[in-house]
Each structure stands twice: as structure tokens, then as C-alpha cells.
Unconditional design. Structure first.
Lengths: 313, 255
């Protein structure tokens, strides 16, 4: 994830391990408990944050799961049951929504990776200063938020917009209708996930020592061979975590499917919103939300398992 | 050479939409989106006539400041406990603290709505602030952890042996040393909360509409470059804050 990292403040402090060593020696001299027999008080500073998360995240999620198992005006059943889920899974319309969510997320992941990998590779060649400037620029859209992104793409993708407007006016192409289609949703999702993908891949590619590349080259490997047999395998862990980040971001995105897509590109997130704002059926909304969580968890877990061997090289 | 060109294209793709917003906010055309006519400041001045946008900015600022403050106050002690000693289960606890990243924001907002309605609590700023605080907590935790990564804990013992009490140590030794990452965490959290839409979707009332909610509500009825002007202001504020952080506190954004 994009995270600000302080630099230049740590120069005065000794190496953390050195600090810890001093501390434990001090503890031994002062007759304190050894490092590993920890009093419960060491956990105390964590309590407020954990309690907050339990009350305002886990409890609400629990309420959602409970509601997803409860009867509603549309489907009446006795006590907790899975009827809401079987209702959603039984209608081709909702199955389509589920399938579209996964399909768009998968396409987004693939496109973001294809665009992001070369970008991360070329970033590696830049000076540290140029690279960090570009990385900051890459995070601007994230910081500017969905408002700016959606409005920007509405301008760019519109019929008379700067991308297609001139072409249409000169009769080179017919009028295009991108807004409201799945393609527009993918564009928006790729745009939002790309910075995360580039940052993750850049961090992975930066780890590859120059020596390894030079060794391969001096042994007679060509440019393509180096990329295929040295760079790519060494960057695989980064590629896989970039995939997971991109997929989860895309599957949980709401703004692109709603504002760049619309009624024709309903995904699980926009379906949840529709259940709440249009029909106020909070049980079905909860069921859709739980379904989204389960599907994401299964895919992330399955993907991690399936690729575990590839990462351990 | 090809590399530079490719990076320039990627840069265009990523920053293009934002540039378009900036550009279109000066457009004198009366519909949005539409071709550029001529340059005007009309839409920026028009914001001042729309009380609902000014009020929404105020609400967003309150929510973002409160959420960022709560998240920072909760995560600094937590990160301190996690780095001070090797805690049993520390890794699991750290994962739990950044767990909200894995929950889609729309689900977080829905869950809060369900909890509030099950508990018969009316929608207000409280629920909104709570869900925003949960959402930004992973970021403040991560920043506090980076800030403490090179912290010399022997200094704490030194302060104690010199007779400083617990609070005095925290105030005069610990906090000044990790100030940079705490401020960065707060600012980052503030920006992320300020611009967020899906979290607030189900939790706002007409009286507590945040800025993104208000802009999209406006777009349901009218489409003119006014929304671009609001977007441009948000963009300028976000960029300004990031660059200030980068310059003043010598921070760099990295993966």
C-alpha cells in the first residue's frame, strides 16, 4: 500500500537491534523480568485501538451477517436461514452481477499488471530523486479521491471530449458511447489500482541486485533472456501481491461501476447500494455484502494457496 | 529513452483526469462535460453562492479531522506497544489493526448502518466519524510503526532514570521524536477521509452530507462546470498538503 515513509530522521538513532540489546542488558542489571516473560501491561496500549475496531468494525459486520440470515419482506422464512443467499444465487440477474464483479476485477488486475510492470521496471532505471517525484505524482489521484477521478473520466470519455471528439468531428470514427459501458468501468478501476500496482512492483524490482543482472549478461544472456530468466522469476512474489491488491481493490470499488458504468454494469458493490437506496431491503443488501466478503476471501486465499509454490523459489 | 516515454504515457494516464478537471473548472460553457469555450472564474465564485457546498465542506472537514484524530490517538500507543517489545501474538495483532483495508468501504458503511438501525440510533455525525476512523486506522498504524521502527527505546529508560514520570517522558521524549510520522499519519488520514464517498453513502442525512456526497447529489439534478471547480479545489488542497508534508518534513512516499 502507498504509505508515507519518513526519511532522514533516523540517522541519529542507532540500529534498532543495538538499542534492544542495550535495553535488555539494562533490564538484566536492574533485575527486571527477562524479555519474554511479559506482563499483561505490555499489551495495555493496544487495548483502545482493538476495542475500537471490535465495536465499530467487527460488531457492525456481525450485525450484517445476522441480518443476512434474517427473513425480509420479499422472502419470509422462519428463524435464521440461508434463504436470502439462495434467492440471490437463484436469479440469473443476480448471478450475472456476481459474475460481472469477478470478471471486471480480473480484467482490471490483468490490465493494471500489464501496464504497471514495465512502468515499475523503467522506474528502477531513474535516479532515486526522479523516481520518488514520479511516485508522488502517481499517488495524487488516490489523494484527490473519487470525485476528481470520476469527473475527469466523464470529460475524457464523453462523445465530444478531448479523446474522441476530434476524431468524431473529422469523421474518422463514428460516435462512441463509452460512458455507461463495462469498458469505462475497467478504465476507471485500472486508473485507481495502477498506482498501487506500480508501487508494489517497484518495491519488488528494486530488491533485485544489479549484480544478478550483470552476472546473467556476462554469461551471455540477451536482454530478453535476462528479463525472462532472472528478473521475472525474482519479481514473482511482488507480482502476486500486486495481483491480490489490484483484485481486492477492483472487486470492492464502488465509484467506477456506479458513476462510469451505471444500471447496465451493476456489480456487487453497486447492487448493495441499490438494495439500500432504491428498495430499502437491508437483509438482501447484507446478504450481497456477505457474499462479496466471502467471494473476496475465497479468491484471495485460493490464489495465495495456488501460487505458494511459485513464490517459494 | 523508450522507458522515459513509457513512463510519460503512464503519467499522462494517471494524472490526465485530474488535469482535465482543473482545465474544465475554468470553462465558461454551461453544461458538463462540454468543449472548452473561454476562460472564466465564474464557477469558483459560484461555489460561494451555494451554501450547501460550503456546509458540506464544513461537515467533511469536521468528520475528517475527528476521524484522523481518533485514528492517530488510538494507533500511536498501539504501534508503541508493538515495537517496544516482541509481544507474543504481536504479528497477529498488527495484522488485525490493518485489517480494515481488506473490507470494502461500501460494506463498512452498510455494516455501520445495520448496527445503528438494530440499536435504534438515529443517523448523525457519530456513526460517520466512527466508520471513517476505522477506515483510516490502518494508515495511521502503518505510519506510526515506520516512525517507531528506528526509535531508540533506551532514551525512555534514560528519561525515567533521570526522574521523569510516565507522562513527562511521553510528552518530552517519545512524542517529539516520532512527531514527523504522527503528523504525516494524521494528514494522510485526513485527506483520505475528506475525499471518501462510499463510506458515507448510507450514513449521511441531508444535514450531514459530506462534500463528495453533496457534489454527486448536485450532479443528479444539474451538470455544469461548478462540480469541476469543487473538484479542482479538493485536488489543489490534497496536492498542497502532500507537497507540504514532503518539503517540510522530508517525507517520501514509497511502497
Amino acid at each position: 500500500m502507498a504509505i508515507l515513509q519518513p526519511s532522514g530522521i533516523s540517522s541519529a538513532a542507532p540500529h534498532p537491534r543495538a538499542a534492544r540489546a542495550t535495553l535488555s542488558r539494562w533490564e538484566r542489571v536492574s533485575g527486571r523480568r527477562p524479555l519474554f516473560a511479559l506482563p499483561w501491561r505490555a499489551y495495555l496500549p493496544l487495548a483502545p485501538a482493538l476495542v475500537f475496531l471490535i465495536v465499530f468494525l467487527l460488531l457492525p459486520l456481525g450485525a450484517t451477517v445476522w441480518l443476512s440470515l434474517s427473513p425480509n419482506v420479499l422472502i419470509k422464512f422462519d428463524g435464521p436461514g440461508l434463504a436470502n443467499f439462495s434467492y440471490l444465487l437463484g436469479k440469473p440477474y443476480y448471478l450475472d452481477v456476481l459474475w460481472r464483479t469477478l470478471r471486471l476485477a480480473a480484467i482490471t488486475t490483468a490490465v493494471a499488471l500489464l501496464l504497471g510492470y514495465p512502468a515499475a521496471w523503467f522506474l528502477r532505471d531513474l535516479s532515486a530523486r526522479a523516481a520518488s517525484t514520479l511516485i508522488i505524482a502517481l499517488t495524487f489521484p488516490i489523494l484527490a479521491g473519487p470525485l476528481v477521478v470520476v469527473l475527469g473520466w466523464m470529460i475524457l470519455l464523453s462523445d465530444g471530449g478531448p479523446l474522441f471528439g476530434p476524431l468524431v468531428r473529422h469523421g474518422l470514427i463514428g460516435p462512441v458511447r463509452l460512458l455507461g459501458t463495462e469498458a469505462a468501468v475497467v478504465v476507471g478501476q485500472v486508473h485507481f489500482t495502477l498506482p498501487f500496482v506500480v508501487l508494489t512492483l517497484f518495491a519488488a524490482l528494486k530488491q533485485i541486485p544489479v549484480d544478478a543482472l550483470e552476472a546473467a549478461r556476462s554469461l551471455g544472456a540477451g536482454r530478453v533472456q535476462v528479463l525472462r530468466h532472472v528478473v521475472w522469476p525474482l519479481s514473482l512474489p511482488g507480482v502476486l501481491s500486486a495481483c491480490l491488491i489490484a483484485f481486492s481493490l477492483a472487486a470492492s470499488s464502488y465509484v467506477s461501476p456506479h458513476y462510469l458504468g451505471g444500471a447496465a454494469t451493476l456489480t456487487l458493490t453497486t447492487l448493495i447500494a441499490q438494495f439500500i437506496t432504491a428498495t430499502y431491503n437491508s437483509q438482501l443488501a447484507s446478504a450481497a455484502a456477505v457474499m462479496l466478503l466471502i467471494v473476496m476471501a475465497v479468491i484471495v486465499f485460493g490464489f495465495t494457496k495456488a501460487t505458494a509454490r511459485a513464490v517459494r523459489i | 529513452m523508450i522507458g522515459r516515454l513509457y513512463l510519460a504515457l503512464i503519467f499522462l494516464f494517471v494524472c490526465g483526469p485530474a488535469a482535465m478537471i482543473l482545465f474544465d473548472s475554468f470553462n465558461s460553457a454551461t453544461s458538463f462535460p462540454s468543449p472548452f469555450e473561454h476562460i472564466t472564474l465564474h464557477w469558483y465564485l459560484a461555489i460561494l453562492d451555494h451554501d450547501e457546498f460550503l456546509e458540506a465542506m464544513r461537515i467533511s472537514a469536521i468528520v475528517a479531522a475527528a476521524a484522523a484524530a481518533i485514528a492517530t490517538v488510538l494507533s500511536v500507543p498501539a504501534a508503541y506497544a508493538l515495537t517496544r517489545r516482541k509481544l507474543r501474538g504481536g504479528h497477529a495483532l498488527a495484522t488485525l489493526l490493518v485489517g480494515p483495508l481488506l473490507v470494502p468501504q461500501i460494506v463498512m458503511g452498510l455494516a455501520m448502518l445495520q448496527l445503528l438501525s438494530l440499536a435504534h440510533i438515529e443517523l448523525g455525525l457519530g456513526g460517520l466519524i466512527a466508520v471513517h476512523a476505522v477506515y483510516v486506522m490502518p494508515f495511521t498504524v502503518r505510519l506510526a510503526l515506520t516512525g517507531l521502527a528506528h526509535f531508540n527505546f533506551a532514551l525512555i529508560e534514560a528519561a525515567k532514570s533521570l526522574g521523569a514520570g510516565r507522562l513527562r517522558t511521553v510528552w518530552h521524549v517519545t512524542l517529539p521524536l516520532i512527531r514527523t510520522s504522527v503528523i504525516a499519519g494524521f494528514t494522510f488520514a485526513f485527506i483520505l477521509s475528506f475525499v471518501d464517498l462510499p463510506l458515507s453513502l448510507f450514513l449521511t442525512t441531508p444535514r450531514t452530507a459530506t462534500l463528495p456526497i453533496q457534489v454527486f447529489a448536485y450532479m443528479e439534478s444539474r451538470l455544469d462546470p461548478l462540480v469541476a471547480a469543487v473538484g479542482a479545489l479538493v485536488l489543489a488542497a490534497a496536492i498542497g498538503l502532500t507537497l507540504t508534508l514532503e518539503r517540510v518534513f522530508r517525507l517520501r512516499i514509497a511502497g
